[in-house]
Design a protein. Structure first.
Length: 254
């Protein structure tokens, strides 16, 4: 097996993004223009060392870019709707790291469904490197999907996420155990439709399901299923006292 050139993969990812989303009046156009000779040849080179009949795969993959763009536009519209700071769809597509990570995931997931080795992970690891968002290409993520801020998000291989789900920074959808013998099992949670996962929440385990229309608050640690329409939150105690008359010593250790 030939390992694709990492820098070449990054260039291909950026070229496909530019093809799907030219930063002009056609950014919202659901139709994708012909990929052109350069992208076809570059994809052929990467695939040729990984699977047989690479030209047929390349054709199928490029034919699927138009429906993939429609899916990504819905993701971008959902991010715009969810974030009061976002001013336009163009802003979300052009500069939001959460959207770019979703784009890389959806490209990688499409490749992963063809059982192509290495390349899907290289694409999502590129997104991980530049956004801090780590989504395994094997995860199943519905549409639309929103990531706000995003840094530190981890979505494991067997995670299942429904439609209209929002994630904030620091969310982990992980496994309870990293035992290699469980590699072929569902190790990561299921998140049903219309769920919000706030910053720092951690949901673990293949049998853990977050029911639809639920809200998971910040810093929640969850390892068991919750019913639809639940609100789960972590309550910490914060004590504020006046310094006058405060007898206990305060030690600062740096």
């Amino acid at each position: 097996m030939i390992i694709p050139n990492k820098k070449g993969v990054e260039i291909l990812v950026k070229k496909i993004f530019k093809l799907l989303f030219p930063l002009d009046e056609k950014i919202n156009d659901p139709l994708v223009p012909d990929a052109g000779k350069t992208i076809r040849e570059q994809l052929d080179v990467f695939i040729s060392g990984l699977i047989p009949e690479n030209e047929e795969f390349t054709r199928q993959f490029l034919d699927g870019l138009t429906p993939l763009k429609r899916t990504l536009i819905k993701d971008a519209e959902f991010i715009l709707e969810s974030d009061p700071a976002a001013k336009s769809l163009e802003e979300v597509i052009a500069i939001y790291p959460g959207f770019f990570a979703i784009y890389c995931y959806r490209i990688a997931h499409a490749l992963n469904q063809f059982r192509i080795p290495l390349l899907p992970r290289m694409i999502t690891e590129y997104a991980h490197k530049i956004t801090g968002i780590d989504i395994h290409p094997g995860a199943e993520i519905g549409n639309p999907f929103s990531i706000d801020h995003g840094t530190g998000i981890v979505i494991g291989e067997t995670t299942k996420i429904g439609n209209y789900v929002k994630l904030y920074q620091g969310v982990t959808l992980g496994a309870l155990s990293v035992d290699k013998s469980k590699a072929s099992r569902k190790r990561h949670p299921t998140i049903e439709d219309n769920v919000i996962l706030y910053a720092g929440s951690t949901i673990l385990g293949g049998e853990t399901t977050v029911g639809k229309n639920s809200i998971i608050g910040g810093n929640v640690w969850l390892t068991e299923s919750i019913a639809p329409f639940s609100v789960v939150y972590h309550k910490s105690e914060i004590i504020v006292r006046n310094q006058n008359g405060f007898q206990e010593p305060i030690n600062f250790i740096i």
